[in-house]
Design a protein around this ligand. Structure first.
Ligand code: MLT
Length: 199
């Protein structure tokens, strides 16, 4: 996968995994890393799928309707990339915090839904429930921050609440922060994520 890696914390410190939204690139969320934890390593990845030239992390059939088979395949691909990159680059695989927006939040959510120890923490900006009706792995000890919009037309509030419920039922600690700015990634939710991460 195409990515940017910035070493700041060394092999034993935390790493922030940045996952952009539809049409984004691995450069988009770099400023967020500096706000969430300026001393963490940064691994920012570009989605491998193109939709009309726009990078994404998995295919969708239409807006809000995911291609499940591709989602499962791409989730495995990202999980294996993280395993391989941690060995090759030398970062602690056990201290990875995903920061994802929209499509990037959905692939991060999918990592949580499919793999027990893929992420230590996740900051999900405007996520949906990645898959319905599956058993989640034991997520005890996993910390999740969800930033959602009570008027988000793409990721409706019920969907964010359902995601929180499913993650909590699997043993994760999942907090929700509400905004009223539609699907936008706002500075106030980034700051709320930073204070959640700091505590
Ligand atoms: C998705 O496809 O992951 C969601 O609809 C959000 C987005 O458009 O990226």
């Amino acid at each position: 996968m195409k990515y940017i890696y910035e070493e700041k914390a060394g092999p034993n410190g935390p790493t922030l995994l940045l996952l952009h939204g539809t049409g984004g690139t691995e450069s988009d969320l770099l400023p967020l890393a500096g706000i969430i934890d300026p001393n963490a390593n940064v691994l920012s990845v570009r989605g491998n799928v193109l939709e009309n030239g726009m990078p994404r992390f998995f295919r969708r059939l239409e807006e809000g309707v995911f291609d499940e088979e591709d989602l499962i395949k791409r989730t495995e691909e990202l999980h294996e990339f993280l395993n391989e990159a941690s060995q090759r680059i030398g970062f602690d695989r056990k201290q990875v915090t995903a920061i994802g927006y929209s499509n990037g939040a959905n692939i991060a959510g999918s990592l949580l839904f499919h793999y027990k120890d893929s992420l230590q923490k996740a900051i999900l900006h405007h996520p949906m429930v990645p898959r319905k009706g599956i058993d989640l792995p034991d997520l005890t000890g996993t910390e999740v921050f969800i930033a959602a919009g009570d008027n988000d037309p793409m990721c409706p509030p019920e969907e964010a609440e359902e995601l929180q419920r499913l993650l909590t039922a699997a043993g994760a600690n999942a907090d929700i922060h509400w905004e009223s700015n539609g699907h936008q990634l706002t500075m106030s939710e980034i700051k709320a994520a930073a204070s959640w991460y700091a505590h």
